[in-house]
Design a binder for this molecule. Sequence first.
Ligand SMILES: Nc1ncnc2c1ncn2[C@@H]1O[C@H](COP(=O)(O)OP(=O)(O)O)[C@@H](O)[C@H]1O
Ligand SMILES: [Mg+2]
Length: 902
Amino acid sequence: MLAQYNRLKEAYAGCLLLFRLGDFYELFGEDAEIASRILQITLTSREAGRGRRIPMCGVPYHAADSYIATLVHKGFRVAICEQLEDPKKAKGVVKRDVVRVVTPGTITDVLPEKNQFLVSLAAASGGSGYGLAACDLTTGEFTCTEVSGAEAGELVLTELHRLQPTEILQFKVPAALAAKIAELGIYCPETDERLFITDHARRVLLDHFDLLSLEGFGCEHMTWAVTAAGALLSYLIDTQKSAMDHITRLVPYSLSAYMILDAATRRNLELTRTARDGQYQGSLLSILDRTETAMGARLLRQWLEQPLISGDQINRRLDAIDDFRKDHAARGELGQNLKKVHDIERLLGRVAMGTANARDLLALAHSLEAAAAVQAVYTRLAASQELLQLAGETDPCLDVARLITLAVHPDPPVSVQEGGIICPGYNAEVDRLRAILTQGQSWVSGLEKEEREKTGIKSLKIGYNKVFGYYIEVTRPNLALVPDHYERKQTLAGSERFITPELKQKEEEILGAEERLKELEYDLFCQVRSQVAAHIGRMQELAGIIAKVDVYQSLADVAVTRGYCRPTINTAGRLTVKNGRHPVVEVMRREEPFVPNDIEMEAATRQILLITGPNMAGKSTYLRQTALIVLLAHVGSFVPADEADIPLVDRIFTRVGAADDLAAGQSTFMVEMNEVANILNNATANSLVILDEVGRGTSTFDGLSIAWAVTEYLHESPRCRPLTLFATHYHELTELEELLERVHNVHVAVKEEEGRVVFLRRIVKGGANRSYGLEVARLAGLPSSVLARARQVLDDLEQNERARMAKEIMAGELLPPPAPAELPPLSSRRPRTGKKAVTSAPEREVGQLALFAPVSLPPDALVSELAAIDPDDLTPRAALQLLYELHRKARERLEAVENTTA
Ligand SMILES: Nc1ncnc2c1ncn2[C@@H]1O[C@H](COP(=O)(O)OP(=O)(O)O)[C@@H](O)[C@H]1O
Ligand SMILES: [Mg+2]
């Protein structure tokens, strides 16, 4: 037996080998040491010939699933070796072989609700492009795509971020990309390069789908996609060693059919998990997901991560949601029935792979019945194209449900080998054998009564156990009454057990029938299961429709209960939102009511919004809420606003400044600049760009210069003039409004009340007056003497720095970054007409001077500063200092006024 073990262990090197011995899976040697440590099970040892002993541990076969899952999630491959014949009937060593290799991408028990993708990535020679295929073995979804062009590597990463695979097969992936993939921490097995030979890969696909060409799937000419897909399928065949009839088609898709969301944007917008701690709660999905089925939940997640970019497709979804939104009662009825629909896709996976038990089949049948009730509801209310079409396509598959309910016992055990799984009346032989068993049982109790009378032993009992079979038990005081033809079998403390030839004969009859019955039931069950398997394609279609209906009712329910509106979609670059809200913050933050805000942007006139305001005022929230509203509209969902007119957007970019970027943790200025470069290189006129405090990761003046130049670039570049929202604490940037035509300032309003800052959370026109950092510090409880001193230092710094910068510029040491080639030279740019005309000095100087001119104080700033003083809290010395300070400021104010009026 150990020889057999060693042979298999060699063939599956790199796997932990789980070796079936009776009711246990055993591990030996090093495998046993690893498993005992990870699974916390006792390590024993076993004689290995010539007095040697090897380590050993085991897990009971009926509880193996969760142990296997634990090992696989720790990154091990697990090979499962079964007994291939009945040990009782085997001559010599029982035949055994590996029946399945479980890896992180192919585990089929103990699953999260979301998809579990195995991805295969094949690089075209020279890295000019990639084929990417993804398969969820548990549901049978199988897709592929191709990526090429300068940005190919980035797009592949973006797809990986979307798919969140648990395992990646790679072929000839260039080192730079491979290194980035390695950072994702996803299991990447060593793969056999032969799987990726294009002809071989294509053949595997054609064989599996039983086709002559892949034309029908529309991917015949996608060589790299086909290579990746074929390699993936071979890998599954090698590891699963079972039929995978639920993989019924290969679906090619194009990345250009969906909005592109890079990894940073997915994280910043917290689509499916929060940026801070990766939790589902607090993500956009957690707010939107009111689906009732696992299939609907997976589809909604998919939609959210792959927003559409076609107005027609978006409106189709909106129409369907509208159908459900209008009918409250129908939604309730729908929900009730959807609740009863199990995960049909995964049940079908188990059917195809031969692991579905009787309970699974029943769950499937009941799901089909519930699906029929669901169908009745949406067929009734369908008015939209989309729902009418779904209703027209629905094949309820009730014949399959009937097949199952007729054959399978309504209350079956988990095991499929212990009998009790076939319905009475389904098969005459099953019924006959069952009758023999019941008759046998009553014969036995008849015999018991008879023997009591014959022998006069009132306490005589007939019992049964696995070792001795049926026996007659007589207690010790009555032993004298036992007749001669009883044969003694066993002696216990207070009694003895006997058998009779008559009883043994009946026993054989009963046990024989029982054995036959179990085998027959198992065979019949397997037949039913493969009959069901023949209809997998139909049921998958149905499951797909149910999933969509579930998502529509979920989105409709959210729209109604949270007061979302239906967005209109335009292609004119117009973004108008009335009373928009942040979908998550409005729900999660209970301590203050959420203040809705409008937004108005237009590519041709209001392309860039600069948003200023003190810390904690709500700038980031406003940016994200805008991005989320745009994104939701592209998903085809209603949006949290009173009115929304949304431009079709090809990409949303977000860049969140280092200080706000908590998730990245080690985020450095370099990372920040990488992301900005990505935006400048890839944004188009149809993109939406969100910049939150860009430039924060470096010194003030570096950061300011970069922020300034980035804004100019986004405004001037003829290729990319995306709609841009830029939140910044650099007040100097607000001057850009004067210089660049389509730049506009808004700020988050605050008001001062009794010397304190009150956040109003309202976005209003114009730039914020000045940094309220000190006031926020006051809110936080800093002593007023410290605050006064801070103000003094700040003012000095501002004065000195400006003087120094101006000097440096004069000396030519710190010229503003050169304008990109496609930018018109600065001197030819004119301030927008209708805005404040800026002196007649040469334009180049104007740009620079405007940047470093003192920020003009609003008329009441000094007054409020005075009001903020707490005289009782000042030392005489501080009071004197403050007096000098106020005096100086007042002088400056007067001078500034004189200059502008001159
Ligand atoms: N419109 C709003 N209504 C209510 N609370 C808001 C609103 N906008 C922001 N907040 C709250 O204010 C706090 C600060 O918001 P944030 O956007 O991070 O500010 P900033 O980016 O300006 O520093 C957050 O905790 C947020 O929940
Ligand atoms: Mg912020």
